[in-house]
Design a binder for this molecule. Structure first.
Ligand SMILES: Nc1ncnc2c1ncn2[C@@H]1O[C@H](COP(=O)(O)OP(=O)(O)OP(=O)(O)O)[C@@H](O)[C@H]1O
Length: 461
């Protein structure tokens, strides 16, 4: 008896100690929470943030589903039967979609949800802002996992506030450049072989040039020809002049340069046809023409019409751009078109061109029409995310393609850095005679000395 009593008292004493230790650990964590979060975000997330969030999700799931209209009431007959059998007991609660285990992810958590009969993923997409507010997290994204299941992904804080620069070693291949980070923590890669043509929109100071800097800095190191069309007098793209194979700085030059590019593309088509291949990548490596990336800064400058003869020029540029976009991908000509404001009011060709530019990047925009133009036809639900980008988030953009959309932020590559890279790799600038002789690109005076040397070299050979 005495032994048992002492064992009991020893047991209760030890469980008391466990309780005290647990309470002090939790209160210690709560008190130290803000400091822990600031200095050791991963430790904070594992010890405190994630368990708290799991409890919050579990606690709010049923009322949240009911509040968002995602709970389905039981059959009326069942309610009547339960009323009769239960003798006045409350009717059964409505069914809510079944939720899987909450799992931690980098900077947040995710789980799967099984849809109830009659529900579609879009119902949950609409409820995402309510979920974010309820769980006090930065954002919630809902995507289809497989038929009948959606994946709910929550980011606790904005991962793009200070994006971690992913390891770039070995990441860049021909026509593939890592330009930033996606909010999932993955690299933001522009791969022109996968998505050959891009439309980049954004208001002034939204980060367009920084993204182009990152792209040019990546492409400059590769065996590709870069061609610039900058009708604002070359103010933006002339920085990269040593690495450009041609640069048009006004619309008259742009018309000639684009015409030359179309002719070059048609020549490549004949070469491919003669070799019985469907694209330039099917040609033997030593016969394959150099890939050409055409960067257009400020699309509106190409389309604006102030007088009658400008109308013809605008139409010519528009037709040439559309032809390049239609033919170029298979023939090694790629388009990156940037603009502050892109709308169908710029001209009839804009919507047709937009349809060919499958890659879209929408920074902060000044008018909803531009965001609509960039994202509306591919991912209407991305519009809200694009319009929520603030001026303080320069460089942040919504990326969209036929596969879906993501938020991302470009690496901060300054103009000076891009200029330095362009000068460093000027020796890689391919000489494309069709473009130089077109006159629309660089005149002999404009051709950087490096290219003149190459030209001389080739002529004397
Ligand atoms: N990815 C980024 N990360 C941090 N800051 C950025 C980023 N992108 C842009 N910024 C900041 O925003 C400023 C404006 O960016 P940028 O010149 O690229 O804008 P823009 O859209 O090209 O403007 P404009 O149309 O007037 O030329 C930059 O000087 C830089 O300070």
């Amino acid at each position: 008896m005495t032994v048992m009593a002492s064992a009991n008292s020893a047991g209760s004493a030890s469980s008391g100690w466990v309780l005290v230790a647990a309470v002090s650990l939790v209160s210690g964590l709560l008190l130290a929470g803000p400091a822990l979060r600031r200095h050791y975000p991963v430790a904070w997330w594992v010890c405190l943030g994630f368990p708290v969030v799991c409890i919050r999700v579990a606690r709010t799931w049923r009322p949240l589903m009911a509040g968002c209209g995602l709970a389905v009431s039981r059959k009326a007959a069942l309610t009547v039967v339960s009323g009769l059998v239960g003798n006045g007991a409350p009717p059964p609660q409505p069914r809510v979609p079944q939720r899987g285990l909450v799992r931690p992810s980098r900077g947040g958590f995710w789980f799967l949800v099984r849809l109830l009969p009659g529900q579609v993923p879009e119902d949950f997409v609409k409820a995402a802002p309510a979920m974010a507010h309820n769980w006090e997290v930065h954002a919630v994204r809902v995507t289809t996992w497989k038929p009948g299941l959606v994946r709910v992904v929550a980011a606790v804080s904005d991962p793009l506030k200070a994006p971690q620069v992913p390891n770039q070693r070995g990441a860049d291949r021909l026509l593939r450049v890592t330009v930033g980070a996606v909010e999932t923590g993955a690299q933001w890669v522009i791969d022109l072989r996968k998505v050959p043509h891009w439309l980049i929109v954004g208001a002034t100071r939204s980060g367009k040039s920084t993204l182009i800097n990152a792209l040019v800095a990546g492409l400059a190191r590769q065996p590709v020809a870069l061609v610039g069309i900058d009708c604002k007098g070359g103010m933006e793209l002339s920085l990269y002049a040593p690495r450009l194979s041609a640069l048009a700085t006004n619309r008259t030059q742009a018309v000639e340069l684009l015409g030359a590019l179309v002719d070059l593309t048609l020549d490549r088509m004949n070469v491919c046809r003669a070799a019985r291949v469907r694209n330039v990548w099917g040609l033997p490596e030593d016969e394959r023409p150099v890939p050409i990336v055409v960067i257009v800064d400020e699309l509106a400058e190409l389309f604006l019409i102030a007088s009658r003869n400008e109308k013809e020029e605008a139409q010519a540029t528009s037709t040439a751009l559309i032809r390049l976009a239609q033919l170029g991908a298979a023939l090694g000509v790629f388009l990156v078109v940037a603009g502050q404001r892109v709308g169908s009011d710029l001209g009839p060709g804009v919507t047709a061109l937009r349809a060919q530019l499958a890659g879209r990047v929408c920074h902060r925009v000044a008018d909803p029409g531009t965001a609509e133009m960039a994202l509306g036809d591919l991912n209407p639900d991305a519009l809200h995310a694009a319009q929520a980008i603030t001026p303080e988030q320069a460089g942040t953009a919504v990326l969209a393609s036929a596969d879906g959309w993501d938020r991302a932020r470009s690496h901060l590559v300054s103009e000076a850095e891009a200029e330095r890279v362009a000068a460093e790799y000027a020796h890689l600038t391919p000489y494309v005679p069709e473009l130089v002789t077109a006159g629309g690109g660089t005149s002999a005076d404009d051709v950087p000395s490096v290219r003149l040397e190459r030209l001389d070299g080739e002529e004397t050979e």
